[in-house]
Write a protein that binds this ligand. Structure first.
Ligand SMILES: O=c1ccn([C@@H]2O[C@H](COP(=O)(O)OP(=O)(O)O[C@H]3O[C@H](CO)[C@@H](O)[C@H](O)[C@H]3O)[C@@H](O)[C@H]2O)c(=O)[nH]1
Ligand SMILES: [Mn+2]
Length: 747
């Protein structure tokens, strides 16, 4: 294949970064100076300085990790046109969609993602789409059945007119007048028909949700769904559509899978679902490449598979690059990113940096994997897999002979079935491998497939691959390949952040910890540092909380933890603060973001670290103590919401969750200390004698500004207000903290 390809399929270019490296260094230098200053004066001060020293050492360590990450930023560029000229035959791809809850993940969202996948620009006989439904919902199934009928019209329409956005809800929500004005009569006619058909499809689904018909009479095709409980039901696998004649312009196969679940059998959440998808697809189509997306991540660039293949089919990649990760981008993002979760700037600077080391971290969605690598092959044996080695590798696959045979084929590089396949004939064997007991005594979840033990199965699995010495590649085509929905409310954002922090810490505190990886295996040490930056999110909460408590304590006890006004050392924290903020602001501006977006992200970074990540940390602590297990709480997906008055869009929302207690407490404490320091109400018996100064007061002011959404929440109503119970609890905690500070101050 290599000789046929003359033009490059992809290029990796470094970003210019002198200014950035210099700024990163200045900040690092200032942090080091601060730590040194602390160390030199440690013995003249008490515990407060020791704590400040520990926190600042941590902040310096984190910045060192950032410095390392950003050092070699790169951009990957792919050329699909060169691919079509150079590659005689494109390989097959199995596409996986996971959904878990028809309420939190409305079926119409999953349907749109599936439709957009079925309609990608790629020979249809090379594609198969598998949907895993962990909710075992007849509604999801019904919606997919209806969607597969609509797809018969939609996919040809997209191909004929080269439609760019192939998720119908997005396509029809874009301004139709512009699309239609300079088009042919025929197109206008078909467009209207298609819009009408799509509206009928959404109506049917809506009606089904409301009235529970027809799925709920559980006859015919729905019989298997009668008496199912979400967490206790047999396997259901249904071939919704099969491209029987293997037509390149037909419709890709579509298969629905709900794996078996039983009470007390661990199902490992998304990782378990991914492994079931991997096995079932191995029997049916056994494509050498697998794409996986979350149910809300529709295809926004129809050439996405071709872009991925540019990297994967490049002659050198075969023994080097394990997977191609597309960035997570979001549609209908709220103006100025009030929840700080659009991650535009993080992608630009952090992700591009990691891309330049050993390659992007696996992000759980929008990623193309090679099947044999998911099956455990490493860069050393990838060229030399013979029958014997393949058999050794396939020993952990479980006792399905069909599966083992397909795995041996996949490992040897012989994949895909011969032209005629009959998916239906594999369904029986598929039931066996989708059973909840199948994985007992096998290597699934440990050495093969998606790795268990963390609710951030993505990072865990990607890291396992990097540890074998594989690299990965990022792909950032324009327009963005996939778009999904980012949480647009306080509670959802907090739950998601909490789960991430917990899942990442689970990896840090397990035997998959990257530190072991870079000592003994082939994880590059700079990649190991990059992983450490990610995995330690939850730990940051402790240091930030401690620092926040220090400044409050110093005001109440009339002590100080920052240099006094007359000390030249004051310039260190002051210049650190100024440089850091100007620098991060410039990053936002350079990435095309507003000043407001910068501020919202700074503020939300403090809020999530000290609240959601704290809860993530605590839940891992409980797990380590054997008191409870971490759970994967599914993030709620909403379609563009038109409800509510426009004034309130982006205003922070709350609910009864205890996750809002720490934030409210921090706010109340610092409001109090701010008043105390302005009115000079400190305790007269304070021990230090040289009391708190403007530095400490400024810290309180800054925190109050960061928690301003909570301040508004104190007076807000409905979902915009912090519940009374939360306020009472927080007020009690704040009171206890202040009381305790005074007690210590009085000795
Ligand atoms: O028991 C489960 C739980 C979740 N999912 C699916 O997993 C996906 C991701 O879940 P979501 O609630 O959307 O989590 P996010 O926080 O939005 O997801 C990010 O973080 C996850 C790891 O924490 C990754 O798995 C995701 O790919 C990544 O987008 C969704 O398609 C779910 O349907 C399952 O299939 N089974
Ligand atoms: Mn998601």
């Amino acid at each position: 294949m290599a000789s046929l390809i003359s033009l490059p399929l992809y290029e990796k270019t470094p970003c210019k970064s002198t200014v950035q490296r210099t700024s990163d260094f200045i900040i690092f230098f200032l942090l080091l100076s601060l730590v040194t200053y602390r160390l030199l004066h440690l013995k003249n001060h008490g515990l407060t300085w020791l704590l400040a020293f520990l926190c600042e050492s941590w902040f310096t360590f984190v910045w060192f990790l950032v410095l390392n990450i950003k050092w070699n930023r790169v951009i990957f560029k792919t050329y699909p046109d060169h691919l079509l000229q150079g590659v005689p035959e494109l390989p097959s791809v199995d596409m996986f969609v996971t959904t878990a809850d028809p309420v939190l993940e409305p079926p119409i969202i999953t349907v749109n993602t599936v439709l957009s996948l079925l309609a990608v620009d790629y020979p249809a006989q090379k594609l198969a789409c598998y949907v895993s439904d962990d909710g075992c919902s007849p509604l999801t199934y019904y919606s997919l059945v209806e969607a597969s009928k609509f797809a018969q019209l939609w996919v040809p329409f997209c191909r004929k007119y080269d439609i760019q956005v192939r998720a119908p809800f997005r396509y029809f929500s874009n301004d139709p007048i512009i699309t239609l004005s300079d088009s042919t009569k025929e197109f206008q006619h078909e467009w209207k028909r298609m819009k009408n058909e799509y509206e009928q499809l959404s109506n049917k689904i809506e009606v089904a949700i409301k009235n529970c018909v027809p799925p709920c009479d559980f006859t015919g095709d729905f019989a298997e769904f009668s008496n199912v409980e979400r967490k206790n039901h047999p396997t259901i696998i249904k071939v919704l559509w099969e491209n029987e004649e293997c037509l390149p312009d037909g419709l890709p196969h579509l298969v629905y899978i709900s794996r078996e679940k039983k009470h007390k059998h661990p199902h490992h959440y998304k990782a378990g679902a991914m492994n079931t998808l991997t096995r079932v697809s191995a029997l049916m189509t056994n494509a050498p490449y697998m794409l996986n997306v979350d149910c809300d991540m529709f295809v926004n660039n129809p050439k996405v598979v071709l872009h991925a293949m540019c990297v994967l089919l490049d002659s050198k990649s075969e023994s080097e690059i394990a997977y191609v990760q597309f960035p997570q981008r979001f549609y209908d993002g709220l103006k100025d990113d009030p929840y700080g979760n659009q991650v535009v700037v993080v992608y630009e600077y952090i992700a591009r940096g990691i891309d330049g080391i050993q390659g992007p971290v696996y992000g759980g969605t929008g990623c193309f994997h090679r099947r044999k690598i998911i099956y455990g092959s490493s860069p050393d044996n990838v060229d030399s897999i013979d029958g014997k080695l393949a058999e050794v590798l396939s020993s952990g696959f479980g006792n399905s002979n069909e599966l083992i045979k397909s795995a041996v084929d996949a490992l040897k590089g012989k994949t895909g079935h011969e032209p005629y396949i009959n998916l239906q004939s594999y369904v029986e064997a598929a039931y066996q491998i989708a059973g909840c007991g199948y994985e007992y005594g096998t290597s699934w979840g440990t050495k093969i497939g998606w790795i268990y033990g963390s609710t951030s199965e993505d990072v865990n699995t990607g890291q396992m691959i990097h540890k074998k010495g594989w690299r990965s590649a990022a792909c950032t085509p324009d327009p963005p390949a996939f778009l999904g929905c980012a949480p647009s409310g306080g509670p959802t954002t907090m739950t998601q952040q909490k789960r991430w922090a917990a899942g990442l810490l689970e990896i840090l505190f397990s035997k998959s910890c990257p530190i072991f990886g870079s000592l003994s295996v082939k994880l590059q040490w700079r990649q190991c540092l990059a992983y450490l930056w990610i995995l330690t999110w939850g730990l940051r909460s402790i240091f930030e909380l401690c620092y926040a408590a220090l400044s409050a304590y110093c005001i109440i006890a009339d002590s100080h933890f920052l240099p006094k006004v007359q000390e030249p050392a004051l310039y260190i924290p002051v210049s650190l603060f100024i440089t850091y903020n100007i620098y991060t602001l410039s990053e936002y501006l350079r990435a095309g973001q507003s000043v407001r977006a910068w501020w919202n992200n700074q503020r939300m970074a403090r809020v999530t670290t000290m609240t959601a990540w704290l809860f993530g940390f605590l839940s891992v602590l409980l797990k380590l103590l054997g008191l409870s297990e971490t759970v994967f709480e599914v993030t709620q997906k909403e379609q563009a919401s038109n409800d509510g008055d426009d004034n309130d869009v982006g205003r922070f929302t709350f609910n009864e969750s205890p996750i809002f207690v720490p934030g409210t407490t921090i706010l109340l404490v610092h409001l109090t200390t701010l008043v105390v320091s302005l009115l000079k109400l400190q305790h007269p018996l304070a021990y230090d004698g040289n009391g708190s100064g403007p530095g400490e007061a400024f810290c309180s002011l800054w925190l109050v500004l960061c928690f301003w959404p909570f301040f508004k929440g104190l007076f807000g109503k409905g979902k915009h207000g912090i519940p009374k119970a939360t306020i009472y609890k927080s007020a009690t905690l704040a009171f206890l903290f202040i009381y305790w500070c005074r007690r210590i101050a009085m000795g």
